[in-house]
Design a binder for this molecule. Structure first.
Ligand SMILES: [Zn+2]
Length: 423
């Protein structure tokens, strides 16, 4: 399907109408009103702001099923007493439905690509393939040593890469994901790094999420998690480091030097009482910062616009400085920050880029009157303003209707399975 959009607004300071064209799934330079050698569907986008889709750089989509369980406890209690026991009862089919719930929520709030870490990857990949979104999937490995589960965890990861990397017309990529330094032995992390090199795929890991993680790690090894991972060459491939809340100046220098994508998850960190990541310091050092929701159980939404809002609100309140994280910087974290690990062109609206587009209605009371687009998005817009979403030029949401996911079926399947595993 080739489509041309007219009278739209883009993420720049201009309020004058613009046009965009999709040709064979990619953005194309077309004279919006001129004759063309191919047929286009022409769509009037008056009142719509169009952006390249948001990229959620750290999530566990299937955990949408655990939303609202164990809301008010710290990370260790939440994981050990509620989440891990329930996860042990999930079947592959359950993970498929829970992932679809997360994807649908993401599409409805303007996300076109997800960096996911979970298990039962075949079912997650099926959900991604059918729903039409873009995803960097990873199997979260947990193993004290190669001899104790580690070898089989690496084998599961290798099989997922062989089966799914660059599948679904290139929409699915696979990364290698040792869960964290404290859940994987050193030989397992070394094996994970070797795997990223042999398949040329990214690494995805939780890093320095809580103060106690960092203190324990320093007591055990004399190194911070970041410097320990650096010593194992974990950042020698494109890497996503989720959280990075408690990082030192030396850690920040390593993350910047190694071009690591820091997946900043401000709401999850705040909800679990983990702290506020030093985002201005990371950005000043030249580190790439992107946004993630983490799983819905610790958020409780999968909404990048909420995440963007939390990012600037927390920094400005914490530092008593209204100049921190401008609206442009904030929206750039949500839109551009995650592009590198997907191998996507830096500019999401450049000629030939995959047509991943999100349309926001700008005619609401809360977005009137209109000034700068980035400021409207960062400070006033909401998920409910998203009307249309395209990935690879294919519509996934049109006029507010999900086209690839049966929303009612997904909700009832997730309710049903949760009843079963909770009993
Ligand atoms: Zn996480």
């Amino acid at each position: 399907m080739n489509t041309r959009f007219h009278n739209i607004r883009l993420l720049n300071d201009s309020l004058s109408p613009a046009s965009l064209a999709i040709r064979d799934g990619r953005l194309a330079q077309e004279d919006p009103h001129g004759p063309s050698s191919v047929a286009f569907e022409d769509i009037d986008g008056a009142g719509k702001l169009v952006i390249p889709g948001f990229i959620n750089t750290h999530t566990h989509l299937a955990m949408a099923a655990f939303r609202g369980l164990a809301d008010d406890v710290p990370l260790s209690v939440w994981l050990n007493e509620t989440i891990w026991p329930l996860e042990g009862r999930l079947t592959p089919e359950d993970v498929y439905w829970c992932t679809l719930l997360g994807i649908a929520e993401g599409i409805r709030s303007g996300t076109t690509a997800f960096v996911d870490m979970y298990f039962h990857l075949d079912e997650i990949a099926r959900a991604v393939e059918e729903s039409g979104v873009r995803a960097l999937l990873s199997y979260g490995m947990i193993a004290p040593s190669l001899a104790d589960r580690g070898r089989s965890e690496l084998d599961i990861t290798a099989a997922a890469i062989e089966r799914w990397h660059e599948s679904a017309n290139g929409r699915i990529h696979v990364a290698v994901a040792p869960h964290a330094v404290y859940t994987c032995g050193e030989d397992v992390i070394r094996g994970a790094v070797e795997l990223t090199h042999s398949y040329s795929v990214p690494l995805h890991i939780h890093v320095s999420e809580t103060r106690s993680e960092v203190e324990n790690w320093k007591a055990q090894t004399g190194k911070t998690p970041v410097s320990y991972l650096e010593s194992l060459q974990a950042f020698s491939v494109p890497a996503v480091a989720a959280h990075c809340v408690h990082v030192s100046d030396d850690d920040i220098a390593i993350l910047a030097e190694r071009n690591v994508t820091v997946a900043h998850c401000p709401k999850s960190n705040a909800k679990l009482g983990s702290g506020i990541a030093p985002i201005p310091q990371l950005q000043n050092a030249g580190a790439r910062v992107a946004l993630g929701t983490d799983g819905a159980a610790s958020n409780n939404r999968l909404d990048l616009l909420e995440e963007a809002r939390a990012a600037w609100l927390l920094q400005r309140a914490h530092h008593e400085d209204a100049s921190l994280i401008s609206s442009d910087a904030c929206i750039s974290m949500a839109v551009d920050g995650g592009r590198v690990v997907f191998g996507l062109p830096e500019d999401g609206l450049s000629d030939g880029a995959p047509a991943d587009l999100v349309f926001f209605d700008t005619t609401g009371l809360h977005t009137t009157p209109q000034h700068r687009s980035a400021a409207m998005l960062a400070y006033a817009s909401q998920a409910g303003d998203v009307t249309d979403v395209y990935v690879d030029g294919k519509p996934l949401l049109k006029n507010g209707e999900l086209l690839t996911i049966d929303e009612e079926r997904v909700k009832s399947e997730v309710q049903r399975l949760l009843h079963r595993i909770k009993d």
